[in-house]
Design a protein around this ligand. Structure first.
Ligand SMILES: Cc1cc2nc3c(=O)[nH]c(=O)nc-3n(C[C@H](O)[C@H](O)[C@H](O)COP(=O)(O)OP(=O)(O)OC[C@H]3O[C@@H](n4cnc5c(N)ncnc54)[C@H](O)[C@@H]3O)c2cc1C
Length: 416
C-alpha cells in the first residue's frame, strides 16, 4: 500500500510515525513544500532566540531516515486528482497513491491590500521566519510594525524586541489576543507587553501595506500612515486548501472530515490545521489550529488507515503563552452562565461555568491548575458542589485530592 502525505508538519509526521509504530511497512511518501526536516512551529521563536534546534526538529533531523520514509523536501502539490488517485506536483510530474492524507496545515490569512508586497514578512512557516530574521539581522535600533496582536503577533513582537528592534503593534480589536483572551486576562497581557516596551495600539485598524515594488508604509483607517524598517503581517491563519479546488473534496473553512477524519472521498483523510472537525463543546464545525489537536487527529488517521475504525471525539480551543514572561493559559469558552474569579496582582484565575460544568478558563501567572480544570471540563463533571475549592485547588491537600478525584486523575472515591 502506498500512503502519500501532503505536508510534513506535526500532523503529517505523526501520521507517518504512528503507522510505523503500529508495525506498518507501507510505502510512505511524505511531501514538504519547505526545504527543512519536519519541524514544530511553536518552537520557532525559541529557536531564533536561543539557537536550540532540539525542540524545533522535535523528532530529530534524521526522523525520516529512521522511519524509512520517502521524504521529499521542496515539493509542493498543485492539485489532487481523486479519479486517477494521483497528486500533481508543482513544476510537473504526478504521484500515485492508494491512500492520501491531507496535512497541509495553515497559511497566513491577510485580508488587507499589499500583504504580498516584498518587504512584508510573516512568521507562519520556518521559511518565512528565516526570511524575517535574516532581514532584521544587524538592524538593532530599527523599527518594526506588526499588524495584528493575536497569539502569533505577540510571539513575533517578543522575538523582534529581543533582537533589539523597537516594536509597534496595531490591533483593530479593543484588546490583545482577542480570540484567546477575555477582557481581564488580555489587560494583564497588555500590561506585560507594554512593560516590556512594546508600543501596542488597540482599536487601530490597518487597511493596507503601502508601496509599489516594496512595502513603504502601513495605511491606517484613521488616515495616518505608519513607517518602519520592518513590516510584519500577523493577521491570522487559514487552512491551506487552495490546491484542492476542483478535486471534489468537500470544504468549508477547512477540509471537512467525519468522526473518522475521512473526507467525503474514499481513501482521502485529513488532519491538523487544515481539517475542519467539531468543537466538542458547541458541536459546531470548527478548525482547532493547535499543535496537540494536529497530533491527536493524526493518530486517528493512522489508526484508520490501518482499518481500526478509531473515532475522533472533537477538540476544544486551547492555547498557552510561554514567551511573555508571565505564563498564560486559555482553554475553551471565554464566558459562561457563571464566572469564578480570583485576582492577585497580575495573577488571575477565571473559570466559566454553564449548567454547573466548566466550559472554559483563563489563567495568568500561576497555571498549575490548568490540567485539573481541563480534566474536569473534558469529563463534564458537575462542579457545583465543589466550586468553592476550585479557585484555590492546592491550598489544602484534602481539598486538592477531592478535586483530583472528581477530575478522574486520582483513583479515590470522590469526597463529599
Ligand atoms: C509561530 C507559531 C507559534 C505557535 N505556537 C503554538 C503553541 O504554542 N501551541 C500550540 O498548540 N500551537 C501553536 N502553533 C500552531 C501549531 O504550530 C499548529 O497547530 C501545527 O503546526 C499544525 O500542524 P499541521 O501539521 O497541521 O500544519 P503545519 O505545521 O502548518 O504544517 C503543514 C506543512 O505542510 C506543507 N504544505 C502545505 N501545502 C503543501 C502542498 N501543497 N504541498 C506540499 N506541502 C505543503 C507546509 O509547507 C507545512 O510545512 C503555533 C504556530 C505558529 C506559526
Amino acid at each position: 500500500m502506498r500512503v502519500v502525505i501532503i505536508g510534513a508538519g506535526p500532523a503529517g509526521l505523526t501520521v507517518a510515525e504512528s503507522l510505523r509504530q503500529s508495525g506498518s511497512d507501507a510505502d510512505i511518501v511524505l511531501l514538504s513544500a519547505e526545504p527543512f526536516p519536519p519541524y514544530a512551529p511553536p518552537a520557532m521563536a525559541d529557536y531564533f532566540l536561543t539557537g536550540n534546534e532540539e525542540t524545533l526538529f522535535w523528532k530529530g533531523r534524521d526522523i525520516c531516515q529512521r522511519l524509512a520514509l520517502d521524504y521529499r523536501e521542496n515539493v509542493r502539490v498543485s492539485q489532487v486528482a481523486p479519479a486517477r488517485k494521483e497528486v500533481l506536483l508543482d513544476g510537473g510530474g504526478a504521484l500515485a497513491y492508494d491512500r492520501l492524507v491531507i496535512a497541509s496545515g495553515s497559511s497566513l490569512y491577510a485580508p488587507l491590500a499589499g500583504y504580498d508586497l516584498p518587504g512584508v514578512y510573516d512568521f507562519k512557516s520556518l521559511k518565512a521566519a528565516h526570511a524575517l530574521v535574516e532581514h532584521v539581522k544587524n538592524k538593532a535600533n530599527s523599527k518594526a510594525v506588526i499588524v495584528g496582536a493575536g497569539f502569533i503577533g505577540v510571539e513575533i513582537a517578543i522575538l523582534l524586541q529581543a533582537l533589539g528592534l523597537a516594536v509597534t503593534m496595531v490591533e483593530m480589536a479593543d484588546r490583545v489576543m482577542p480570540r484567546m483572551l477575555d477582557n481581564e486576562s488580555a489587560e494583564i497581557a497588555l500590561l506585560v507587553l507594554r512593560g516590556r516596551g512594546v508600543d501596542v495600539r488597540l482599536n487601530t485598524k490597518a487597511t493596507a501595506f503601502l508601496g509599489t515594488r516594496k512595502a513603504t508604509g502601513i495605511q491606517l483607517e484613521s488616515g495616518s500612515v505608519l513607517r518602519a524598517d520592518v513590516y510584519v503581517a500577523a493577521t491570522g491563519v487559514k487552512p491551506h486548501v487552495e490546491f484542492l479546488s476542483g478535486s471534489g473534496i468537500e470544504m468549508g473553512w477547512g477540509v471537512r472530515v467525519d468522526e473518522f477524519m475521512r473526507t467525503n472521498l474514499s481513501d482521502i483523510y485529513a488532519a491538523g490545521d487544515v481539517a475542519e472537525t467539531y468543537d466538542w463543546l458547541s458541536g459546531e464545525r470548527y478548525v482547532h489550529a493547535i499543535f496537540p489537536n494536529a497530533v491527536a487527529q493524526a493518530k486517528i488517521v493512522a489508526s484508520n488507515l490501518l482499518g481500526f475504525g478509531a473515532r475522533y471525539e472533537g477538540a476544544e480551543t486551547m492555547n498557552s503563552l510561554k514567551h511573555l514572561g508571565l505564563p498564560m493559559m486559555a482553554v475553551g469558552a471565554m464566558s459562561g452562565e457563571e464566572e469564578l474569579r480570583l485576582r492577585r496582582g497580575n495573577a488571575l484565575r477565571k473559570i466559566f461555568l454553564t449548567g454547573g460544568r466548566i466550559v472554559g478558563f483563563r489563567l495568568a501567572g500561576d497555571i498549575a491548575a490548568a490540567g485539573l480544570y481541563r480534566a474536569l471540563m473534558l469529563k463534564r463533571t458537575d462542579v457545583q458542589k465543589i466550586k468553592d475549592r476550585l479557585l484555590d485547588p492546592y491550598s489544602c491537600s484534602t481539598g486538592a485530592m477531592a478535586l483530583e478525584a472528581a477530575a478522574g486523575r486520582l483513583n479515590f472515591p470522590m469526597l463529599p
